[in-house]
Design a protein around this ligand. Structure first.
Ligand code: FE
Ligand code: ZN
Length: 508
């Protein structure tokens, strides 16, 4: 008898099972509940962890192979963008401000997602979700790194890119995205996946990625476009994980349904509020527009999301609470958000400007019911003040919503001319909110949100470098007179105009 046996070739499915499920085990030195304390305390009941389906069946060796291939292509494009002075091919230097907002507001979230998925993955006793989280954790680290590399070229020429991590932790408007992720990461693992994988990646991600990536393409920013393509195939996996975790929870136990519904309600609203920054980017910050925020909301949430929630209705899931409020607000939040930033541009690390005549005509056409009536007169007034040398800056600090941390500039669902205020009392203190959605979130877990690091409160308590605006900006690491204030007259604008006039001279 021969001892040499031919190595058996395994099918993809068997190989995958051995390399993932086969690596899990029941612990014996310590009970499983002690090793995995967090996957039960949220109240989610799982009876069969093996029912978790991995649609991609991606092994680690295949993963590294695919990803390194993508990296090679991406870095070739980024290098050639830099070597060919790609920044000179963008539509207008105002565009770069959208990228500043992305780098300081979104790229740090990729890093937080990296940490969050590593943490959540550690705390699932089931191998399926653990593997999915592990791969997503590595993807997110890659996204953070490749975004920094893709955008680093702009840092050589334009202001506001020099200290994204420091700014993310301190600057007032960046506490909006930061607090969103802090909230998710301090929740249990199932809530984290519902927040990030489902609500953000599955339901809302198109509203972030499509505008930024098409915006980049329309405005000649090939470095950012290529990053977007490189991340897209990862996104497909992430979205699938989002839907899988929801179906898994809903199929495992009927008692999970109300918990999942409450998380969907909460994270829809938090995600939607965060997207106010994207709304204003689409309608105001892209010199060449793709579509309006309202059109994007209709296409990606009302149509695509509508079909999704119809599909989930067989589990007893209904569309997220207050989605009808979002529908009422779709023709105003971009204008309200841009108004806030125009008021506080002296304290921001990017520039703002008043829309020009062509841009106002576009806004009138896209927002026929609201723009000419409510927002155009406001811009005309600000333009008049500016012409008189009285450019309007708001010199008092705004009240912030305790939940989303956005200044109170949103309006009543049924009245776009009245600011929406809500409040709750908890242990003798009063807390303020921008909406019923944000108030509900607080009321359900007040102990969590009374700990919120609200930038305005922190400034008033003396924790942000001092009592003067200049001291706070120093503490933010904002280069005053360069990073902040109007685009008109900024070093960015002067440099850009010089390049463009040099180019004209060279051509004539
Ligand atoms: Fe990502
Ligand atoms: Zn709010």
């Amino acid at each position: 008898m021969s001892v040499a046996t031919k190595a058996r070739k395994l099918g993809l499915k068997q190989r995958y099972a051995l390399m993932t499920r086969g690596l899990g085990w029941e612990t014996t030195y310590q009970p499983m509940d002690t090793v995995f304390p967090y996957d039960t305390y949220e109240g989610i009941k799982i009876h069969d962890w093996d029912a978790w389906e991995d649609p991609f069946r991606l092994t680690m060796d295949a993963y590294w192979k695919y990803q390194s291939e993508k990296e090679r292509k991406l870095y070739a494009v980024i290098d050639s963008f830099a070597q060919n002075n790609g920044h000179l091919g963008i539509t207008d230097a105002r565009y770069v401000n959208a990228i500043k907002l992305f780098l300081t507001g979104v790229s740090p979230l990729e890093y937080q997602a990296h940490r969050g998925f590593a943490h959540a993955g550690r705390h699932f006793r089931g191998v399926g979700p653990r593997i999915a989280c592990q791969m997503q954790s590595i993807d997110e680290l890659r996204h953070a790194q490749t975004q920094v590399h893709a955008m680093s070229h702009y840092n050589k020429y334009f202001d506001g890119f020099h200290d994204k991590t420091h700014m993310h932790d301190r600057v007032w408007y960046l506490s909006v995205p930061k607090s969103f992720f802090d909230d998710a990461m301090t929740a249990g693992p199932f809530e984290f996946l519902t927040a990030i994988s489902f609500s953000f990646e599955y339901v809302l991600t198109n509203l972030l990625f499509v505008p930024f990536m098409s915006g980049a393409a329309y405005n000649g920013d090939m470095a950012t476009v290529t990053f977007g393509f490189s991340a897209q195939s990862d996104e497909a996996r992430h979205m699938t994980l989002g839907l899988e975790v929801i179906k898994f929870m809903l199929e495992q136990d009927e008692g999970n349904t109300p918990i999942v519904q409450r998380w969907m309600d909460k994270w829809f609203w938090r995600g939607y509020r965060l997207l106010a920054l994207v709304a204003m980017m689409m309608d105001y910050m892209l010199p060449k527009r793709i579509m309006s925020w309202q059109e994007a909301w209709e296409m990606y949430f009302e149509e695509a999301g509508g079909a999704l929630f119809e599909d989930l209705s067989r589990y007893g899931i209904r569309p997220p609470k207050y989605h009808e409020v979002a529908a009422k607000e779709k023709d105003r939040i971009s204008h309200e958000a841009w108004g806030i930033f125009y008021n506080y541009t002296h304290a921001a690390a990017f520039h703002t400007w008043l829309p020009n005549e062509d841009e106002m005509a576009w806004l009138s056409a896209k927002y026929p019911k609201t723009f000419d009536k409510i927002y155009r007169p406001r811009y005309e007034q600000w333009a008049k003040m500016k012409a008189e040398g009285k450019r309007f800056y708001n010199n008092t600090l705004p009240q912030l919503c305790t939940t989303c941390q956005i200044p109170m500039g949103f309006t009543e669902p049924d009245d776009p001319t009245t600011i929406c205020f809500r409040s709750s009392e908890y242990r003798g203190e009063r807390y303020h909110f921008c909406s019923d959605g944000c108030k509900d979130i607080f009321d359900y877990e007040p102990e969590k949100y009374i700990q919120s690091w609200l930038p305005v409160h922190q400034i008033y308590q003396g924790n942000c470098g001092g009592a003067e605006l200049g001291q706070v900006l120093d503490w933010y690491h904002i280069n005053q007179g360069a990073d902040n204030l109007d685009y008109d007259g900024s070093p960015d604008q002067q440099l850009w105009d010089k390049w463009m006039s040099d180019r004209k001279k060279a051509a004539s």
